[in-house]
Write a new protein. Structure first.
Length: 185
């Protein structure tokens, strides 16, 4: 069975934590929820390390002393990821393996690797580099995707996009309108 996925952008840490809290309350598995955002603490600290021979996509653990307690600390495998030529990020969940192999395509390549269509991946890259937080849910169960979409939209998330085998066609992307541009009833 193919994975179905839904992605969104949270514009603040508070909004991201609210979304993750709601996903947890709705009984989503912490192994199916992913996040990606700039590691602002390490951005300046590791800038000089980009030219070293350290592994280009090293992943390390980030504990609550690193500032990731609360809702985001619940996520499985949360840790630092250095994307070659781009810099340090914090990532969790099913997005980590794809980002680890993103040496050639940077963030866009990693996001395409988890099923985001290229156009959306480019939008998400711009948003993440601007300091916003990418959140996604990956599921084998079609019924969970509308539930996650409802959580995203009620929290005011932007750029909500679904991907995967949602209607019998692999890699079909469906984009929800931005809350500010959605038609009013």
């Amino acid at each position: 069975m193919a994975k179905k996925s839904i992605f969104c952008i949270a514009t603040s840490r508070d909004q991201a934590e609210q979304i993750v809290d709601r996903l947890r309350a709705a009984k989503f598995s912490n192994h199916d929820v992913a996040v990606l955002f700039l590691d602002k603490r390490a951005r300046h600290d590791t800038a000089h390390e980009r030219n070293t021979k350290a592994p280009a996509s090293a992943v390390g653990g980030v504990g609550t002393d690193g500032g990731l307690g609360g809702a985001l600390g619940w996520l499985a495998g949360i840790g630092a990821v250095v994307i070659p030529g781009v810099g340090p990020f914090i990532a969790a969940g099913p997005i980590i393996p794809a980002l680890g192999g993103a040496a050639v395509g940077g963030i866009v390549g990693g996001l395409i690797g988890v099923g985001i269509p290229e156009l959306e991946a480019k939008i998400y890259e711009v948003q993440v580099n601007a300091g916003h937080i990418l959140i996604s849910v990956h599921s084998d169960h079609w019924g969970e995707i509308p539930q996650a979409k409802d959580i995203f939209t009620k929290a005011g998330a932007h750029h909500v996009c679904t991907a995967g085998d949602l209607s019998g066609k692999d890699n079909q992307a469906q984009r929800a309108p931005h809350p500010a541009t959605a038609p009013r009833a």
